[in-house]
Design a protein around this ligand. Structure first.
Ligand code: FE
Ligand code: CA
Length: 520
């Protein structure tokens, strides 16, 4: 066994990015990516990706592009121990078909656990750029350390993606993408933005495919995919703002067809196994993975199975602000679900008492968020699209953590375009109540955030929230050992500059022996 395989996963010389500046932008990119720019490789202009790692396998992804693609194209892939592909350990081929937008989802099995690999594709006389990936450790392995990152909300026309460059320069072992990979909107005609969405709002399969192709043309996103395996879940904008189950925000009768098109396009563009290809517009994407004996990771879907948001505006679906809860009894209905019955049961049964850490990758802020009262308010203001709008479902989830004494529960989220660090308690207003979980909600990669003034005004109303920043874009990097979780909240200095500096906004730790985040 290669001794480097057991070393902590710090980027070694093999993986170090050569900081040769891209001529115009001054962006540090790996040499292999610089040589593999879209103009040189029209068949692989969207890059490569890997995902859903297991102890002996991983999914390899690409999508063929370019003019005059035959309906069926044979694609070969190879996987090696080294980036020069001198030691190839697995090979295979798959047919990329027009029905799935010529996407490739190659499932590689029989690999070594906890090993680094390099992969690439060959089709139509071209070889793709190489990607790096890594298998998960064996379920019973003693793992000393896991480095991972969470990210969400990368609206194309809101900024450039220095956050991805920062991540690709020091790639973690695993990236959890928590939703809003694309946004379905047209860019407003008068918007003064660095770059624009092509075309109008996405509704049809072809439009969603084109939107993913636009996002995936970004070299920094490609670099982040090419340097680490991802586990992906969706939130609303992969389909449409604030949808719930099969209900669109405008209650449009043909919404299920739009959702089905969006789900298909999402699968086509993500490193997901074939088993997750949607069937009749449905897709059971929630899942779990044990990272050796160190952590159980579970990921869930808060959109497909949820009940509609409480008390929408007349003739509308979607979320909104409830200023007087007495006027919205639906909020308190005990049966309302954010995850749906089957998923909620699955999650309740899935927490591990054998692992020191239980990580939950989900979409949005879970902590109670009391907002300053508005006129006519009963004292709080409730945003109905998030967990705050499904308080019974949130209480059920937290009560399972309490009853089963789940160790090391950490809730990871996104969606709100702001960084929040919070202690989740059984009783929010009681600082002596036991902490049931630590929450890290990451800011957006690029989507605009809420005014910092508002977040500052909220802080004193929410003593369980330790940190709230909406003014910076970025992601969160974590280093996990049996004893502690370290979080580094990354912040982009200039969201309109792909070469922007990216620094630490804050650092927190969670000690395994003492639940709840602490400022580091
Ligand atoms: Fe978002
Ligand atoms: Ca969202």
């Amino acid at each position: 066994m290669d001794p480097t395989d057991r070393a902590p996963y710090l980027p070694g010389r093999r993986a170090l990015l050569h900081r040769t500046a891209l001529a115009a932008a001054g962006i540090g990119l790996p040499v292999w990516l610089r040589h593999a720019r879209a103009a040189d490789l029209p068949r692989f202009a969207l890059g490569v990706a890997s995902g859903h790692p297991g102890p002996g396998g991983v999914v390899l992804w690409t999508r063929l592009t370019g003019p005059a693609l035959p309906a069926q194209v044979p694609v070969h892939w190879e996987l090696a121990r080294d980036e020069r592909f001198g030691r190839i350990v697995a090979r295979g081929s798959q047919t990329a078909g027009a029905d799935d937008a010529h996407s490739v989802h190659a499932e590689v099995h029989g690999l070594e656990p906890a090993h680094e690999y390099w992969y690439r594709f060959v089709a139509l006389g071209q070889t793709s750029p190489a990607g790096r990936t890594r298998t998960a450790p064996a379920a019973d392995a003693e793992v000393e350390r896991l480095e991972f990152a969470i990210a969400s909300c990368q609206r194309w026309d809101h900024g450039l993606w220095a956050a991805w460059r920062d991540l690709a320069e020091r790639p973690p072992e695993l990236v959890l993408f928590l939703g809003d990979y694309i946004y379905e909107y047209a860019t407003p005609a008068l918007a003064r933005v660095a770059r624009r969405h092509e075309g109008g709002p996405t509704v049809t399969l072809e439009q969603y495919r084109a939107r993913y192709a636009q996002y995936k043309s970004d070299p920094l996103l490609q670099a982040a995919h090419a340097m680490a395996p991802w586990i992906v879940i969706w939130d609303d904008h992969e389909v449409a703002h604030d949808y719930a189950g099969e209900q669109g925000e405008r209650l449009e009768p043909d919404f299920p067809a739009r959702r089905a098109a969006a789900y298909q396009a999402w699968w086509e563009h993500m490193p997901l196994p074939r088993a997750l290809r949607p069937v009749q517009g449905r897709n059971t994407l929630y899942g779990r993975l044990d990272w050796g004996r160190l952590a159980r990771l579970q990921w869930i879907d808060d959109r497909q199975f949820r009940d509609p948001q409480a008390c929408p505006r007349p003739e509308r679906g979607g979320g909104g602000n409830v200023v007087d809860r007495r006027a919205c009894p639906a909020l308190a209905e005990p049966g309302r679900a954010l995850l749906g019955t089957a998923q909620e049961r699955w999650l309740a049964a899935g927490w591990s008492l054998q692992h020191p850490w239980n990580l939950l990758a989900q979409q949005t802020l879970m902590a109670r968020l009391v907002r300053p009262p508005a006129a006519g308010s009963d004292g709080v203001r409730v945003w109905t699209d998030g967990w705050e709008g499904y308080p019974a479902a949130r209480a059920r989830l937290l009560s399972v953590l309490a009853e089963r004494r789940v160790p090391g529960a950490v809730v990871l989220g996104g969606d709100v375009h702001a960084s929040y660090v919070a202690a989740l308690r059984a009783r929010w207003d009681d600082e002596r109540a036991p902490v049931l979980a630590s929450e890290f909600c990451g800011t957006s990669i690029s989507s605009h955030g809420p005014p910092q003034k508002r977040l500052d005004a909220e802080l004193h109303l929410n003593p369980h929230i330790l940190h709230a920043r909406g003014d910076q874009r970025g992601c969160i990097r974590f280093a996990l050992t049996r004893a502690r979780l370290e979080a580094d909240l990354r912040a982009v200095a200039d969201p309109d500059d792909a070469a922007s500096a990216v620094t630490s906004q804050a650092r927190f730790v969670v000690e395994a022996a003492q639940p709840g985040p602490q400022r580091a």
